[in-house]
Design a protein around this ligand. Structure first.
Ligand code: SF4
Length: 430
């Protein structure tokens, strides 16, 4: 029996695609293994969203080559599309595929040449592979409902690596959610590159037939009815996606978690414009106000880029001040790094690395403080934790922060445990 290993970097969409690859290869009777050394085929599903992600992707390819020189190594996804030169000097024997379809065709060819029966791997299988039944290795399952972006935020390479905008039909999403629940997943995260564009052919709102897109809200309401689905989250939205109707659906369905991820990126109107984002700081803060009015102490998480070209000390101060006003429960901080192929890379006024490092540190300090303030509100209250690590007894609560259960009782992975939050805000007792 042939074996395969897969290593994935990057966003939830990439993680989801890795599950589709696992599904395809296991349907061809290959055995999924964790260890590169015993794999006949190795797939590195790459990411290029930052320089670090690109470097890690290349490192993984080198690691695979070193640990198993006899394996066939496939390099797939975003980094392959962004800049093939990233792989020069690595090895001529590597096999490259920029998207899932290309990878499937390459795999099929290799397997057929090796005498593996791949008959089931025809076009139907490819279609079939668009959905998954189980999310291996994770308690929380991602369900991809949208792919692609043509938004061209000036720092982002994604519109070049994933230019085709697609979405999964309603019925297929519901069917997939039912399968994931049957497989034991208690939580599903609806995932896409631009989730709010679900059902649209473009992510540019000005080109939508109607200003608002209610497709995502309708879908969310339907998914909330899937029997035994305990938790639903949305991966990332923009302020205009957070309509009153969406918030009503969240409020009225106890299995939709009181958590939203809204990427701020910068608190300066000037920088947001330079980034080519589709909202203003004013829109952002209005949206936060609405969310707080409708939901009970919701967790609002975000991404902020530090040191975008032209970011003055005042612009950065505005990011700090918006973060304080929004009271984020978590901030993913991205020190700006030049991504070749993007509009931002061509800008003149790049910020000194040292300055970026200092600002990053400042934002990290604020992040810590805000996260602590947020968690303090729930001390002494009951929370439900979805256990991800049964040895450490850790998992995420409804509002998406990690809690460690202090108890001798068993806390099986994948189960939801009711507990009382301790004084420190990050541990709890059963
Ligand atoms: S919306 Fe902007 S940041 Fe998001 S994928 Fe599209 S271009 Fe990139």
């Amino acid at each position: 029996m042939q074996t395969f290993a897969i290593n994935t970097l990057g966003c939830k969409v990439n993680q989801y695609e890795a599950q589709q690859i696992i599904k395809f290869l296991t349907s061809c009777n290959l055995l999924y293994v964790q260890d590169f050394k015993i794999a006949d085929l190795i797939i590195i599903h790459t990411c290029c969203v930052t320089h670090i992600a690109s470097a890690k992707s290349r490192q993984l390819v080198r690691k695979a080559q070193k640990q198993n020189p006899n394996a066939k190594i496939f390099v797939s996804s975003c980094l392959v599309n962004s800049d093939p030169a990233e792989f020069k000097n690595l090895d001529e024997k590597l096999l490259f595929a920029g998207n899932l379809e290309g990878l499937f065709n390459l795999l099929k060819q290799q397997l057929t040449d090796a005498g593996v029966d791949c008959k089931s791997f025809d076009n139907n299988t490819l279609k079939e592979s668009e959905t998954i039944e189980k999310f291996h290795g994770q308690t929380r399952a991602f369900l991809k409902i949208q792919d692609g972006c043509d938004g061209f935020c000036s720092y982002c390479i994604v519109p070049q690596t994933r230019p085709n905008i697609t979405f999964k039909p309603f019925d297929k999403v519901i069917d997939e959610a039912q399968h994931l629940v049957k497989a034991g997943h208690k939580e599903i995260v609806l995932t896409g590159i631009f989730l709010g564009a679900y059902g649209q052919k473009t992510v540019k709102r000005k080109n939508w037939p109607e200003e608002k897109n209610e497709m995502l809200t309708n879908l969310l309401e339907k998914i909330a009815q899937v029997p035994d689905l305990k938790r639903i989250r949305l991966s990332s939205l923009e302020p205009a996606d957070v309509t009153d109707i969406l918030l009503d659906v969240m409020k009225n369905n106890h299995n939709i978690m009181p958590h939203l991820h809204l990427s701020l990126q910068s608190g300066s109107e000037k920088i947001l414009k330079k980034m080519n984002r589709q909202y203003t700081v004013k829109d952002f803060l209005k949206s936060i106000e609405n969310i707080n009015l409708k939901l009970d102490r919701p967790a609002i998480t975000t991404d902020i880029i530090v040191g975008f070209p032209g970011e003055t000390i005042q612009d950065f101060a505005q990011s700090l001040s918006v973060a304080k006003l929004a009271g984020f429960s978590k901030i993913h901080i991205f020190p700006f790094s030049k991504r070749s192929g993007t509009a931002a890379a061509k800008l003149q006024d790049h910020i000194d690395r040292q300055v970026i490092a200092e600002r990053t540190l400042k934002l990290r300090e604020l992040e810590k403080q805000l996260a602590g303030n947020f968690r303090k509100q729930f001390v002494g209250e009951t929370a439900e934790v979805l256990i991800e690590d049964e040895v450490k007894k850790t998992g995420k609560c409804e509002r998406y922060y990690e809690i460690t259960i202090k108890s001798d009782k068993k806390t099986p992975k994948g189960e939801i445990v009711k507990c009382k939050i301790n004084e420190d805000g990050i541990t709890a007792t059963i």
